[in-house]
Ligand binder design. Sequence first.
Ligand code: VGL
Ligand code: ZN
Length: 210
Amino acid sequence: MMIAPQANDALLVIDMQNDFCPGGNLSVAEGDQIVPTINALAQKFEHVILTQDWHPTQHISFSTTHHKQPFETIQASYGPQTLWPEHCLQNTPGAAFHSAIDIPHAELILRKGFRRHIDSYSAFLENDHFTSTGLAGYLRERGLQRLFLCGLAYDFCVRYSAIDGTALGFECLVVEDASRPVSLPRSVAETNDAFIVAGVQRIQSRQILA
Ligand code: VGL
Ligand code: ZN
């Protein structure tokens, strides 16, 4: 079934940054392969928003900050926090967008994860599930109600952005083939289950592009 983007829709392109692509510090398998699809999708939307994971040194999500191994979990003040290799350090090449991302009409670049003591997977709420990024206010003030999500990573930042967006009253659709997962044990299955529970639709890019 085809879907035609409307003037009150937005495409949210999540964290298409070098560190999440092959060769990067937290690389997602085939993370670069979705770039052409995302560029083509963006052409169909009047409103495109990019998110950028943007961490300071000694960030709470870095395993090195805690002298632990990547992918272990710690108890942060706000709950469990997965530890990652150092990635998306502010103003480094790893934090830059993939050089083939070509979306000149993107209207907002939303940075997240810039507080040393709180990580932020979601584009809406930081990992304390309380601190707001301001994105919901931006979207509401501009009358943007239906959101199409794509990018990296399917099972972390795309997942939590879609779940929080839905809870905040936006209709969220995830373009599955325009996203790729980190794939920790069970993370993709848990993401798909969470999408069903929340009512997040999974769609394919051909439903917009064909
Ligand atoms: C992400 C882990 C750590 C993501 C960001 O963009 O999905 N994952 N920081
Ligand atoms: Zn991060």
